[in-house]
Ligand binder design. Structure first.
Ligand code: CU
Length: 160
């Protein structure tokens, strides 16, 4: 009976060692200011307005619309509205980036936000941000609050 007990201790010790590393990795990934989808926009320049609402419906969490097409080089002003009962967010990125970010948020739900490629909205609040898409490809917007992306809060952006 000695060995399982020791193995258990080893696992606990490993968790203590590993946790701070996870937190650091999350913050390091979050702090970098290069974006695969493009760059922060300039509010003084012309922009096409795209409205996106967020909320909950029939047990799911949704964006309307769930698919957006833009042209490479185009500047978009995202006008966002949270019509739901819960907090939601809109984070632009590749699927890989958003999944990584979502993992970091699970481990550190209080991690700081407010980067140029995302907006966090309380219920019944609106907000906007400008974004210039400089790369062609398929990207996404997602809500990375734990459980929300899985519940349906992910949309596709096609840049042509
Ligand atoms: Cu959400």
């Amino acid at each position: 009976m000695k060995q399982p007990f020791q193995a258990g201790l080893a696992v606990i010790a490993a968790l203590f060692v590993v946790s701070p590393a996870w937190a650091d990795a999350g913050h390091a990934g979050h702090g970098q200011q290069s974006f695969s989808t493009g760059e922060p926009g300039n509010p003084k320049k012309p922009a096409r307005v795209i409205q996106v609402t967020m909320g909950e419906k029939d047990g799911k969490m949704i964006y309307v619309p769930a698919r957006i097409e833009v042209k490479k080089g185009e500047q978009i002003r995202f006008v966002l509205r949270n019509n739901g009962e819960l907090e939601h967010e809109f984070v632009l990125g590749t699927t890989a980036e958003n999944l990584k970010h979502a993992e970091a948020m699970k481990k550190d739900p209080a991690m700081e936000h407010g980067h140029a490629n995302e907006k966090h909205l309380d219920p019944k609040k609106s907000g906007d941000f400008f974004w210039k898409f400089t790369q062609a490809g398929e990207f996404e917007y997602a809500c990375l609050i734990p459980g929300h992306r899985e519940a349906g809060m992910v949309g596709t952006i096609v840049v042509k």
